[in-house]
Design a protein around this ligand. Structure first.
Ligand code: PGA
Length: 255
């Protein structure tokens, strides 16, 4: 059985003090929902404060990106060696990093390998643009992103990953993919590509989230779908009440 995972991607929101206060309020409210994996991904600078505030809780911490080298002349970057011990998850290949920070399928692949080498669980983001969607290119494009991200990974490594399918046109726009559209791509493209690469048995075990304008009022529809194993959430993860609602709805739907 795939344990659902709700991860909050805070992007460039919350100072260390704000992030710490937030998780102190959030943690007790999320405590009852033990059948859902709960993850927060603060900005790098807030990670230590968040991590120590979450000591003794089951809530996990993730980073929003990582470099593939352990160290080097890479101004502004953070290495997997630096994250190790502080986070368990790392988002890799978010469309905003592909757009603004030059991530490509090749760098995503290097980052995934580096994260795994340091025992971090990558949340590998993929998803098509509006233009690609309207041109009918979604299936081919997403499949290619998955093949790129997993190039050279063994089945054993693949089992340690999570995928987030996030159509770019749905991120932060309020224009979410319908649950059936999302399930069609997640099951029919992402999981199917993983099955081509690793066989059905492995593909069946890998968790795949949907992301893009997930809110408490659409969460139940997504999590009820056969292939959707949770959500990567931006905006709705920035408020305690909506974060708790997403987790509660997930916990109650999968029960
Ligand atoms: P959103 O962002 O929930 O605000 O649409 C999702 C994401 O970028 O991961």
């Amino acid at each position: 059985m795939r344990i659902p995972i709700i991860a909050g991607n805070w992007k460039m929101y919350k100072t260390p003090a704000e992030a710490e206060a937030f998780v102190r309020e959030l943690a007790p409210k999320l405590a009852p929902y033990t059948n859902v994996e709960r993850v927060v991904c603060p900005p790098y600078l807030a990670i230590p404060a968040v991590r120590s505030a979450l000591q003794g809780t089951a809530i996990k911490v993730g980073a929003q990106d990582v470099h593939w080298e352990n160290e080097g002349a890479y101004t502004g970057r953070v290495s997997p060696l630096m994250l190790k011990g502080w986070v368990e998850y790392v988002i890799i290949g978010h469309s905003e990093c592909r757009r603004d920070l030059g991530d490509t399928d090749e760098t995503v692949n290097k980052k995934v390998k580096a994260a795994l080498a340091h025992g971090l669980t990558p949340i590998i983001a993929c998803g098509e643009s509006l233009q690609q969607n309207e041109a009918g290119e979604t299936r081919a494009f997403v499949s290619q992103q998955i093949r790129g991200a997993y190039a050279g990974l063994s089945a054993e490594q693949a089992l340690k990953t999570v995928v987030a399918y996030e159509p770019i046109w749905a991120i932060g726009t309020g224009r979410n993919a319908t649950a059936t559209q999302a399930n069609d791509i997640i099951g029919g493209v992402v999981r199917r590509t993983l099955a081509d690469l690793y066989g059905n048995e492995v593909a069946r075990q890998i968790r795949i989230q949907y992301g893009g304008s997930v809110k408490p009022d659409n969460m139940a529809e997504y999590i009820a779908q056969s292939d959707i194993d949770g959500a990567l959430v931006g905006g709705a993860s920035l408020k305690v009440d909506s974060f708790v609602e997403l987790v509660r709805i997930t916990a109650e739907t999968v029960k």
